[in-house]
Design a protein around this ligand. Sequence first.
Ligand code: F0G
Length: 472
Amino acid sequence: MNAVGKTIHTMGQQAGRRSWAEPYKIKMVEPLRTTTRAEREHAIAEAGFNTFLLRSDAVYIDLLTDSGTSAMSDRQWAGMMLGDEAYAGSANYYRLEAAIRKHYGYQHIIPTHQGRGAENLLSQCAIKPGDHVPGNMYFTTTRFHQEHAGATFHDVIVDAAHDTSSLHPFKGDIDLDKLQALIDKVGADKIPYVCMAATVNMAGGQPISMANARAVRALTARHGIKIYLDATRAVENAYFIQERESGYADTSLEAILLEFCSYSDGATMSGKKDHLVNIGGWLATNDQELFEEARNLVVVYEGLHTYGGMAGRDMEAMAIGIEESLNVDYMRSRVGQVRYLGDLLEQWDIPFVKPVGGHAIFLDARAFYPHLEQDQFPSQTLAAELYLDSGIRSMERGIVSAGRNNVTGDHHRPKLELTRLTIPRRVYTQAHMDVVAESVKACYDNRHQVTGLNMVYEPKYLRFFQARFERR
Ligand code: F0G
């Protein structure tokens, strides 16, 4: 047993302590491949120091994303065999629709191939050029579709979200004063909806409280402004409400999710996260008019309104995944595993976003490399260094992801310069987390030797996916 494992093992034997364990066991395994340092040097240079451009067979532990990387359950795999691959009116669609209505409470559902398909439909149906969309921090594809439809995005998240060390329990909350100030400035008729994300990915997987959602609803209702939820990780958000918000400790995740969604008019969903599937998404709305327009557009971009780009079997697996995601034992181990990794890093004073969020550890690359300017891409550098050290793949969430201002052409310069270690659901074990923590520690010990990167190729849209870099 390694040093870290020993510490945890000893802690587990402390009097009175009861450890949690994953509420599932492994039925099928996928071998992992390790590489030599020389192979990794070659691979990362070939990939232009961008972890998105690595081939996955050169990766050991893949923490690039929690999107579409979940392990499905035996029940989901069994459900795949019930795929009704009819072009129209698939039985699986109706089962999915029923599961979404039951647990999210929305009336009308439009399936899409993944989250950004739903974002495209919503943006095209709801936004007019010159509009303004406030949100609790941006997400890359979400803001892209809003801007592409002609809107200006405004970040109205609480200030604590931009402070990596603030221990605010709900760093995803919307700042009501910022929202009110925007309404006063541009006028309610220029704000088609507030985009409310739960949890907030770019802030570190931070939750938004029920009280805040309720207050945002009250404020926007006074001005006739709608709210669309980014429900991608709303079940993880519900878990944090149950754990942290007074009055909810004895409320089920199901009831919390339903109440939370009731403060919105609809939602976009990337089913690749909370729903424990590898592909799929949906748009939901209670607005009959928007529904009719979106149902018309979906056939142009996604597929018929009863499959939206998903196979019947995918919709069946998603309907089952929705039920499984609301199991509190599962969610405790999901969030618990992320927290376990955070606790290991904390012991070594490694800088990361606190408190630990739902789906990932976000290393604070500014604090890691204080000697690097933001233009030397500290988060991108750290992702490359981690890969070089151990073959672990992480993701830049800083200036590269933020892109450029549409009007001025300047870099957006986010306060947060983060490298994300994203934990896939039900995929890796505690031992993998030990290995990851030790590799982060090795990079931290070596931090003074690191010199940063130059960007040598920059795509026009969502540049972080395909940009290329060279060592400085
Ligand atoms: N909204 C949030 C909060 C997301 O995290 C994502 C995807 C999307 C929308 C878009 O959904 O990928 O299905 O089209 N996040 C992934 C990530 C890509 O790695 O964080 P999609």
